[in-house]
Design a binder for this molecule. Structure first.
Ligand code: SER
Length: 878
């Protein structure tokens, strides 16, 4: 029996023997593509080749691609765990023809591999073929049908509709008819009862699609029109985990050696046995699946967060925590404990996992702890909601309440339902769904982008050459343009035949500048990249888009970005020298104004370490290392000279190696010609952005100069104020003196208050009572913060005292009422008295029955307020 590793190796070996180049998986987290957050199919990394934007690096390729289907058109999240063959993250084995072989070889080789290498039984295999779509003008795929007929009896070939047999990556883009290969895993007796043919594509867990052969021949345009692609390609995708299930004779992907080690560890940690109870089984499958998705995403540089891809990862992780919490009784972090097992299993094939193990464990652990706390808060809130519902004699928790729990506290609806059920309550799911839809519509509208189709001016134009490493100005023509509407604003996107504009990529901001034709100057407000194509954004179209233009990059802005980008490389190098080689880049942002660099490190970087890092960078700047670049090296060449690179560079990319002295990185960004141009480097902050990831913000060049000037200026200002060049000493003396004075003032105020208490006590001793109560009402002169103490001293020593005092200090005015214990029992309430009387000073406040105080905005009403309080008290004494 083949193990999963052997199965993968056999696949790659087979296609290598058919002339395919074996390429590594592209990262699962997609960077620099606004249309996609995660790789959801093997073809994603080759999209630009299919579209004709980039030349293929070879005519045939094969790989095992890490995929994640959790958002957009392909989203399997809700099925995961409940069935035995869907996953969030999975591997897709693929073979690719870029304008080379087409349907015949694709079908023949798929057949040869399955039946002669993997020895699958022929009578359990079925193939589906596209039946055609007259409304789209696409005929039945007779060609594929005939090729299958060579291998399979006709009753094993099934015609399928657009849903099953026309593959599309998204709403637009490369697409085409496809042939799926299905396998019938059922027992012989079940096969006798119902023909496998009738079970294909019916959702049966044991009659499943294992391989999809896509014949890419169209491009789906905006509005749905299909346009033939310039070249026809093959894109195949075989579900690796499903293939392992078939080859290992199992009935569930989770029973294969891909998942079993993780499942058994979950079983051990939780004390439950897999296979005993459907509910705990689902939970174990969810956790085993999600562990992979989360760990691989973190290894690819995507940390959990509250936005975009980071939010998707956070939700997957929370889903796993919740299943563990609800069904397996985990109330402490547990997913992080599974990481070493996963790394042991997959770390060979995917070294990024091994290299980042420590980071993966600490990020998951922190996320788990935080969410377990949220769960506890959510449960106590839900308890409150449930008691309210019960006290009102109802049996249903409102959809609004359930939605608030879900939306504000991340509390999942099915958990709310479960807890409600345990309390004999239900949840208004319709109401919840209405709220959810409304929220989705709100965020859809906020993010809505409408793109028109491209208007092709030079359809024959191919790649757009980037000439901006060498020049900031170039003569260009517009090869295509389109209108884009976003957030109610209309913009135009232009593609040139060549461009000096750097398109935003790898953290560096896109260039800005001008497009000039005669007297017409159009501002290019940004440059972005889509499918490897630099796109220039302008607010209006040029008068004649077919004219010849001069494209000019804004030089000061570009130089700013270049300085900051080169400084980022020096910073990376310096951090590794000072902190160690565990430091890896986790993200960066480079703009003309400054730089931000995120990196793995497990504690705060101390002030001394930061100082050393800054010194090393500034030393490298003074060394004036020239930029040494190799624009056309292979990934292996770069690795051999120790270039620092993010894992999973895309195979076939033109790799550019950038060296400044000791620092060697793979990088497509723009740089200074020698480090001296950076001028000066200044770190302005260091902070944590998540478990195990720190962030440094820094500035260079003139910005650093201005920053230092500002510091020097404020220092001078302080020197002038303290009249002493030794600022620290002088400021310390001022602070000490201030503390002493404050103490003295406190002391004298206190003495004044005590003497006032004493004199008033004496006075009260002479006063007559009113029905047993001595009422004192007057203005006093005391700081507001002493009133409470003053009033308490009097009321506590004179139990039959009713004291009303007012203080006015400039614009501020306060009224307080304090009642001795004998007065309170007579039904007089200080809080009520103050509330009513303080209307005279336009104030508000209150307190307890024995003491209350209010601040007001009308000092001139103080006497009236005191009088009012007095009369309210006296009325009660009558
Ligand atoms: N693109 C196809 C799929 O994802 C085949 O690789 O199913």
């Amino acid at each position: 029996m083949l193990t999963s590793s052997q199965t993968r190796a056999e696949f790659l070996r087979f296609f290598e023997s058919k002339g395919h180049t074996v390429v590594p998986s592209a990262p699962m987290v997609v960077k620099n593509d606004p249309t996609l957050m995660f790789t959801n199919a093997g073809m994603n990394q080759f999209k630009d080749i299919f579209l004709g934007n980039s030349a293929p690096f070879a005519s045939r390729a094969t790989d095992s691609q890490k995929c994640l289907r959790v958002s957009g058109k392909h989203n399997d999240l809700e099925e995961v765990g409940h069935d035995t063959y869907h996953h969030t993250m999975f591997e897709m084995l693929g073979n690719w023809s870029f304008g080379d072989y087409f349907k015949k070889d694709a079908v023949d080789w798929a057949w040869e591999l399955l039946t002669e290498v993997y020895h699958l039984p022929v009578d359990r295999l079925y193939a589906t073929v596209f039946e055609g779509a007259p409304d789209e003008g696409v005929d039945m795929d007779r060609e594929a049908y005939d090729y299958w007929k060579k291998h399979l009896p006709e009753n094993h070939i099934i015609l399928g509709n657009k849903h099953d047999n026309f593959w599309e990556m998204g709403e637009t883009g490369p697409c085409g008819p496809c042939s799926e290969i299905h396998f019938d895993l059922r027992d012989e007796s079940d096969r006798q009862k119902v023909d496998g043919r009738d079970m294909v594509n019916q959702g049966h867990p044991l009659v499943i699609e294992i391989w999809n052969l896509v014949f890419m021949q169209f491009n789906r345009k905006v509005g749905g029109r299909l346009e033939p692609l310039p070249h026809r390609h093959i894109d195949t995708g075989m579900g690796f985990e499903r293939l392992c299930m078939v080859l290992q004779g199992k009935k569930s992907n989770y029973d294969t050696d891909v998942f079993q080690p993780i499942i058994s560890q979950i079983a051990t940690l939780s004390g439950h046995t897999y296979g005993n109870d459907p509910k705990t089984d689902v939970a174990m499958r969810v956790i085993a699946d999600h562990l992979r998705a989360i760990s691989f995403s973190i290894a690819d540089g995507q940390l959990p967060s509250n936005v975009k891809a980071g939010y998707v990862i956070r939700r997957i992780l929370r889903r796993a925590v919740r299943y563990g919490y609800t069904y397996l009784g985990f109330s402490e972090p547990f997913i992080c404990k599974l990481v070493p097992t996963l790394v042991g299993q997959m770390g060979e094939q995917f070294p990024e996992l091994k290299a980042q193990q420590q980071l993966i464990v600490s990020v998951i652990c922190e996320e788990e702890s935080a969410f377990l706390r949220t769960l506890a808060t959510g449960i106590s809130l839900l308890d409150g909601v449930m008691s309210k519902v019960k006290s009102e004699g109802k049996t249903t928790i409102g959809g609004g309440d359930a939605f608030t729990l879900y939306d504000t506290y991340g509390f999942p609806i099915d958990l709310t339902e479960l807890i409600a059920k345990e309390n004999s309550l239900t949840v208004d799911l319709d109401g919840f769904n209405l709220e959810l839809q409304a929220q989705k519509a709100r965020s859809r509208n906020a993010a809505a982008v409408e793109n028109d189709d491209w208007v092709e001016l030079k359809p024959e134009a191919k790649d757009c050459d980037f000439v901006g490493y060498d020049t900031l100005q170039a003569e260009v023509i517009i090869t295509k343009y389109r209108r884009v509407k976003t957030k109610g604003k209309t913009l135009y996107q232009l593609v040139f035949d060549r461009t000096p504009f750097y398109a935003a990529c790898g953290g560096q901001a896109g260039d800005r500048g001008e497009l000039i034709c005669g007297t017409e100057h159009l501002a290019v407000i940004d440059t972005i990249k889509e499918n490897n194509l630099p796109i220039h954004i302008v607010e209006q179209l040029p008068a004649d888009p077919t004219a010849d233009f001069v494209a000019v990059v804004d030089r000061p802005l570009r130089l700013g970005s270049a300085r900051n980008h080169s400084a980022t490389h020096l910073l990376h190098q310096a951090l590794r020298t000072v902190l160690g080689n565990h430091v890896e880049q986790k993200g960066s942002q480079v703009t003309p104004e400054g730089l931000r660099f995120d990196f793995s490190h497990f504690q705060k970087v101390s002030d001394e370490e930061l100082r050393r890092v800054e010194q090393l960078v500034n030393r490298a700047i003074r060394e004036n290392y020239p930029l040494v670049e190799n624009r056309n090296c292979t990934v292996d060449e770069a690795k051999s000279v120790g270039a620092m690179m993010l894992f999973g560079e895309k195979y076939g990319d033109k790799v550019r190696m950038v060296r400044f002295g000791e620092s060697v990185e793979l990088c497509g960004g723009t740089h200074v010609s020698a480090t001296g141009c950076i001028g000066q480097f200044k770190i302005i902050s260091e902070s944590a952005i998540s478990a195990g990831v720190r962030r440094i913000e820094a500035i260079t060049g003139e910005a650093a100069e201005r920053y230092v000037d500002l510091l020097v200026d404020s220092m001078r200002e302080i020197q002038t104020i303290v009249r002493n060049p030794s600022v620290a000493q002088a400021v310390k003396a001022v602070v000490d003196e201030n503390a002493e004075l404050r103490h003295a003032v406190e002391q004298s105020r206190r003495e004044k208050m005590l003497s006032l208490v004493e004199s008033l006590s004496g006075e009260i001793g002479q006063m007559k009572s009113n029905n047993g109560v001595i009422v004192v009402a007057r203005r006093i002169e005391l700081p507001v913060e002493m009133i409470r103490d003053f009033a308490f001293r009097l009321k506590d020593s004179i139990p039959n005292l009713a004291l009303v005092v007012g203080v006015a200090e400039g614009e501020k005015v306060n009224l307080a009422v304090a009642l001795g214990s004998e007065v309170v029992v007579r039904g007089i309430n200080a809080g009520e008295t103050v509330r009513t009387a303080s209307r005279e000073i336009e104030g508000g406040g209150g307190g307890q029955p024995f003491f209350a105080m209010a601040g007001g905005k009308k000092p001139e009403g103080l006497d009236a307020a005191i009088a009012k309080a007095k009369s309210l008290i006296e009325d009660k004494l009558k």
